[in-house]
Design a protein around this ligand. Structure first.
Ligand SMILES: Cc1cc2nc3c(=O)[nH]c(=O)nc-3n(C[C@H](O)[C@H](O)[C@H](O)COP(=O)(O)OP(=O)(O)OC[C@H]3O[C@@H](n4cnc5c(N)ncnc54)[C@H](O)[C@@H]3O)c2cc1C
Ligand SMILES: *[C@@H]1O[C@H](CO)[C@@H](O)[C@H](O)[C@H]1NC(C)=O
Ligand SMILES: *[C@@H]1O[C@H](CO)[C@@H](O)[C@H](O)[C@H]1NC(C)=O
Ligand SMILES: *[C@@H]1O[C@H](CO)[C@@H](O)[C@H](O)[C@H]1NC(C)=O
Ligand SMILES: *[C@@H]1O[C@H](CO)[C@@H](O)[C@H](O)[C@H]1NC(C)=O
Ligand SMILES: *[C@@H]1O[C@H](CO)[C@@H](O)[C@H](O)[C@H]1NC(C)=O
Ligand SMILES: *[C@@H]1O[C@H](CO)[C@@H](O)[C@H](O)[C@H]1NC(C)=O
Ligand SMILES: *[C@@H]1O[C@H](CO)[C@@H](O)[C@H](O)[C@H]1NC(C)=O
Ligand SMILES: *[C@@H]1O[C@H](CO)[C@@H](O)[C@H](O)[C@H]1NC(C)=O
Ligand SMILES: *[C@@H]1O[C@H](CO)[C@@H](O)[C@H](O)[C@H]1NC(C)=O
Length: 510
């Protein structure tokens, strides 16, 4: 039904475009412009690189690659998908998109939680599926990542050299993570993932290729790409610092997953607030996943913590003493490699998912973690209100630490647009996630209302940046950055006609 009607629409629009173009050069329909751009690209790049719904066998894979099913082919049928093999293919595509004023989107690992940020209706999708290699250069001690690679694949390919990029905590996530800053298990020691850029190949909106580094004429662009998302150009190659994490056999970390019951939640929230306030040791690393599922309105809450220490079990015991003193139901603690860490937690694919963000500063041990409790209470209220909804599979609340050492590492590595002034204490980026049940193809209005209520009422500490990678599409994330004014200036310089904000979905505020 959807396919047939959009086919008719595109055909009609194309006819209008062809007929009227001879006289006025005015192809007023967005669909017609996209269809024409696709035709042009297919003749210049060929039908392997450029595929339509009816012309290519990879089209369906590309159109259904998104992790959140809300952004897959049920809701979005790109007019064509460009599968570049080279930077030049991306340049050719962007040049045509820019000249024709077509809508477009870019997709790397596909894990965006924002509907339509990594796909497009009546536009051109550039999918990096086939540009997915990585390599290590021991001389410069750097890693090259092509945008289509996933963190697990990159880490397993490179572990033989004893190195890893600063990347995601979940194996299946992709390199778009870098453009939102990126929080890694290596971040307490190395900064946001993007703080570890060495050089970036960037195709600007008009198709021009530049290589940006910390100290060449594109240094402003280089910095903007450490958190500005997809607004500043398309990165076709990332060269990043190699971190010496050891091979898979060298188990340099100690720790793993601890599962706590809901009766431990208040003590756990206090421990989190103390940890982020007090910790100065970049070797102590944690991640959280609080998850609520339900059956017949009966809620099941599981509080998962990954606690790891880069070092010995004795240091682990000391660093996480408060967490270890809180009753937990199970633990799997052992010596781990960095690759093991990336596989410690997995997430299901194939469900519609939406994110929401806030940020909280730490509090000293003597202070009650009121705002943490309130965040959790609002989360529980949502889960309770919708516990009988068959629309939802589960909800998550996550606290991602940004300790002082991470902020400082970012300053030492040339600064990024995200962080608050140096000297600001550590903070948590907070994620509220709603994952819909299988077969649900769009968010339902009542659930959406409840989710928006959490977003508008969840407490946050003024002056702290929210996390673009784990936010709602309508949140003003860039405006919470320390470098918001800087981002606006750089955007105007590299996209003077504001093509990107008019033709692709992405962060608000530029
Ligand atoms: C299960 C799960 C675990 C996660 N864990 C972490 C984590 O540990 N740390 C963390 O920081 N985040 C994490 N995230 C959030 C994740 O970083 C973001 O969703 C990120 O945007 C995913 O990047 P991607 O390449 O997979 O997604 P995509 O959807 O392909 O891309 C995300 C965005 O970036 C744009 N983009 C991608 N590549 C390019 C490019 N080369 N040039 C220009 N624009 C581009 C896309 O257009 C889109 O807007 C997680 C998300 C999920 C779903
Ligand atoms: C193009 O066509 C549309 C619809 O007919 C019209 O509204 C618009 O003004 C035209 N634009 C130009 C530049 O002629
Ligand atoms: C592009 O890469 C894909 C996958 O590696 C390959 O199948 C295809 O032949 C390549 N196309 C061109 C034009 O190089
Ligand atoms: C690149 O993608 C192909 C096709 O999905 C896959 O077989 C291959 O393992 C990937 N390569 C890397 C390095 O991830
Ligand atoms: C782990 O700790 C050691 C010793 O403190 C340090 O040299 C190394 O850089 C750390 N590695 C990582 C990946 O943080
Ligand atoms: C979980 O714990 C919180 C905090 O103590 C409490 O308010 C809530 O009711 C509990 N939820 C369930 C389902 O037991
Ligand atoms: C939920 O309800 C179904 C149908 O009434 C029943 O079969 C199932 O056992 C119930 N589950 C629980 C956990 O009570
Ligand atoms: C760490 O603590 C656990 C129990 O909490 C204990 O069994 C173990 O021996 C301790 N390890 C070291 C090295 O102190
Ligand atoms: C709890 O959630 C419901 C449903 O979203 C909402 O109507 C209600 O106002 C919420 N209560 C509080 C105290 O936030
Ligand atoms: C592309 O845009 C950049 C940044 O605005 C500009 O410097 C460059 O001249 C443009 N290139 C072309 C070919 O117009």
């Amino acid at each position: 039904m959807v396919t047939v009607s959009s086919f008719v629409l595109i055909t009609a629009a194309l006819w209008y475009c062809v007929v009227s173009a001879t006289e006025t050069q005015n192809c007023s329909s967005v669909a017609a412009i996209a269809a024409q751009t696709c035709q042009q690209l297919e003749s210049s790049l060929g039908s392997t690189i450029v595929q339509t719904q009816t012309s290519g066998s990879e089209y369906a894979i590309g159109a259904n690659f998104a992790w959140s099913t809300f952004s897959d082919e049920v809701n979005f049928q790109p007019s064509c998908i460009v599968f570049p093999n080279t930077t030049q293919h991306v340049q050719t595509a962007m040049k045509a998109i820019f000249e024709n004023k077509a809508d477009y989107a870019v997709q790397a690992g596909g894990h965006s939680g924002m509907i339509g940020w990594n796909t497009v209706q009546n536009g051109v999708l550039i999918s990096f599926m086939n540009m997915n290699s990585t390599s290590y250069d021991s001389e410069s001690d750097t890693i090259t990542l092509l945008p289509g690679i996933h963190w697990g694949d990159a880490t397993s390919a490179l572990q033989q050299y004893g190195v890893a990029p600063v990347g995601g905590r979940i194996a299946t996530v992709g390199t778009g993570l870098l453009l939102g800053g990126g929080i890694s298990y290596l971040s307490p020691a190395e900064g946001y993932a993007a703080d570890n850029y060495v050089s970036l190949d960037v195709v600007l909106v008009n198709g021009t290729l530049v290589t940006a580094t910390a100290d060449n004429e594109y240094a402003d662009l280089f910095k903007a790409l450490k958190g500005g998302g997809n607004r500043f150009g398309i990165v076709t190659k990332y060269v990043v610092k190699a971190v010496h994490t050891g091979t898979e056999d060298e188990k340099r970390w100690f720790g793993g997953l601890l599962v706590y019951p809901n009766s431990s939640s208040e003590a756990l929230l206090a421990a989190l607030a103390h940890f982020i306030h007090d910790t100065t040791d970049p070797n102590a690393v944690l991640a959280t996943t609080f998850r609520t599922t339900w059956e017949n309105s009966s809620q099941d809450i599981e509080l998962d913590l990954v606690l790891v220490y880069n070092g010995t079990e004795a240091s682990f015991n000391t660093s996480f003493a408060e967490f270890l003193s809180i009753p937990y139901t199970s633990s799997a603690l052992q010596a781990l490699s960095y690759l093991d860490l990336l596989n410690a937690v997995t997430f299901p694919d194939g469900l519609g998912t939406l994110f929401g963000a806030s940020a909280l500063t730490g509090v000293p041990a003597s202070t009650l973690a009121d705002q943490y409790l309130e965040t959790y209470r609002l989360y529980n209220n949502f889960s309770t209100a919708f516990a009988s909804s068959t629309d939802i599979a589960f909800t998550l609340l996550d606290f991602s630490p940004v300790p002082k050492s991470q902020i400082q590492a970012g300053y030492e590595k040339g600064t990024n647009p995200i962080v608050p002034p140096l000297g600001t204490g550590g903070y948590f980026e907070i994620l509220f996630q709603v994952t819909y049940a299988e077969g649900i193809t769009e968010p339902s209005p009542d659930v959406e209302q409840g989710r928006q209520l959490w977003i508008s009422t969840a407490p946050s500490t003024p002056g702290l940046p929210f996390f673009l990678n784990e936010a709602d599409a309508n949140q003003q994330i860039l405006a919470t950055y320390g470098g918001y004014e800087f981002l606006k200036q750089v955007y105007t310089k590299y996209d003077p006609t504001r093509f990107n904000v008019q033709h692709t979905q992405g962060p608000l505020g530029l």
